[in-house]
Design a protein around this ligand. Structure first.
Ligand code: DUC
Ligand code: ZN
Ligand code: ZN
Length: 488
């Protein structure tokens, strides 16, 4: 018997805290040793001094998520996870989405059925809570948290999803009591509705006006309000898909006050601007997502914010709708105006290569930050860090060996999702995952998939790191007792 199933030699390993040269010994799907000159393995892979990073954890993507408007997501758990794997992601966390009136337990059961025979990589679920009824708050949600669904998203916009302020407080209180993590889509619904109506009345319905209907102040107001609720309820929150300077400044202010406010941003806010929605004819619809991409100045700001630590997580927000498809971007009444165009763009496969090239290789972010943002932090935030998000003895051997290459353009032809375009067409890349391992098995080698659908496992999530009080570190003591002490 050999000591290891596999040894990756000559690795230039990056974790969220360290960079070191090492061999990696893998046994039974886990990292068993990190040391020089390991020997005794059935298989040896020579990394030849290339960067070796933990498999990505995509903390925000949408796969086979039912919709309410006649559209259909292009990727199910098979095409979505195959695409993710090609791009170096080995864990995905998509959303089991509750529509109003639905039982959360039914939603979760349905979502498992969609995933179980199809996934090629491991997965956990976020929940989307759109109907925090007494049955959900008192019975279903506490039981689901105990069963490994410890993080959920709330919407402040979209008529079929949004919670009012009072409902948000209900869910935040429940999350504090149970130690769960709350993700928030922060945009002001009434402002968007008002602007959309006025734009339509003025005949301004082209894709570009989607961005006009959701200006930065609409995101900033909702972000501030969500942070105020977090402060009031003493509950940490994560603001998802932050698009630009306005909302980021609100997050910074909350963090500076000592509140546990976390932020996530996504490739579309580093690589697209509102001008991309202005392309000829209906082409701009390919870049319709919410919040929308902003200005070049916002883009530059987001790159520096990514480097300075205000964001914990960099996710794809992969929301796959085909362009030339009556169930996609051009469904139903979409040609009548931006109001009807499904929100969301693909990005599971391109998330890591874009950030590796334009962040790490272009010197905008340190490779340790790359690892933290794309793997370690989402694993910790969502209670998966016992096995995922790092290269360490005992962790799952989810590993990416990067190939650096002469510059080449990103094209949709290279990708494995089921979407007929990428919004990042033509952007130059200088690296791509050469080998991707999931639990010690090579699942991608030189662009070839070596994994069967159904091998991916569901990962129940532990509670995120123990909650500490979310109280501001103001020098002035509270005039009255905080809500969380009066209503523990
Ligand atoms: N929110 C998301 O999280 N994804 C796609 C669109 C949206 O509004
Ligand atoms: Zn959202
Ligand atoms: Zn999303």
């Amino acid at each position: 018997m050999t000591a290891f199933d596999c040894i990756i030699r000559n690795s230039r390993v990056a974790t969220a805290s360290d960079v070191f040269e090492s061999d990696i010994g893998i046994r039974d799907g886990r990292v068993a040793a990190l040391a020089e000159n390991l020997s005794g393995a059935a298989e040896t892979i020579d990394a030849a001094g290339r960067w070796v990073t933990p498999g990505g954890v995509d903390g925000h993507c949408h796969l086979d998520q039912p919709t309410s408007d006649g559209t259909r997501m292009a990727d199910d758990f098979r095409s979505g996870t195959v695409s993710a794997a090609h791009g170096g992601t080995t864990t995905v966390i998509p959303f089991a989405c509750q529509f109003k009136g639905q039982s959360l337990n039914d939603v979760v059961a349905d979502y498992h059925a969609r995933a179980t025979d199809k996934a090629v990589i491991d997965y956990a679920f976020h929940l989307i809570i759109s109907d925090p009824s007494p049955a959900v708050l008192e019975t279903e949600l506490p039981a689901l948290i105990a069963r490994g669904y410890t993080h959920f998203k709330l919407y402040m916009t979209y008529d079929d999803m949004k919670l009012n302020d009072r409902q948000m407080l209900d869910v935040l209180e429940l999350a504090r009591r149970n130690g769960a993590m709350v993700m928030i889509h922060a945009e002001n619904s009434d402002c968007i509705g008002w602007l959309t109506d006025r734009l339509e009345q003025a005949g301004k319905t082209a894709p570009y006006y989607h961005a006009v209907s959701r200006p930065p102040v609409v995101e900033r107001e909702a972000t501030y309000r969500a942070i105020a609720f977090s402060d009031l309820m003493d509950t940490p929150i994560l603001i998802v898909h932050v698009s630009g300077r306005d909302a980021t400044e609100e997050i910074r202010r909350g963090q500076a006050r000592g509140l546990r406010i976390y932020g996530e941003t996504c490739p579309q806010y580093l690589f697209l601007t509102a001008a991309d929605l202005q392309k000829d004819g209906f082409e701009g619809a390919k870049c319709i997502c919410s919040p929308p991409p902003r200005t070049p100045a916002d883009q530059a700001y987001m790159w520096s914010a990514l480097a300075d630590g205000v964001f914990s997580i960099f996710s794809s927000d992969h929301a796959p709708f085909r362009f030339a498809d009556p169930q996609g971007k051009q469904h139903g009444r979409a040609q009548e105006g931006f109001r009807w165009v499904p929100n969301g763009i693909p990005g599971l496969e391109t998330r890591l290569p874009l950030l590796f090239t334009h962040g790490v290789l272009e010197g905008r972010i340190d490779i340790r930050d790359f690892v933290a943002l794309t793997a370690t932090n989402p694993a910790q935030m969502y209670g998966l860090d016992a096995a995922k998000g790092t290269i360490a003895v005992g962790a799952d051997a989810d590993i990416v060996i990067w190939d650096e290459k002469p510059p080449f353009p990103l094209t949709n032809d290279m990708l494995h999702h089921n979407v007929d375009y990428t919004p990042y067409e033509g952007i130059e890349l200088k690296a791509w995952p050469g080998i991707v391992m999931s639990r010690g098995a090579v699942i991608i080698r030189d662009g070839q998939l070596q994994a069967e659908p159904g091998r991916g496992r569901f990962l129940p999530s532990a509670l995120p790191a123990p909650a500490r009080p979310n109280r501001p570190e103001d020098p002035t003591p509270y005039f009255v007792e905080p809500v969380s002490e009066v209503l523990p």
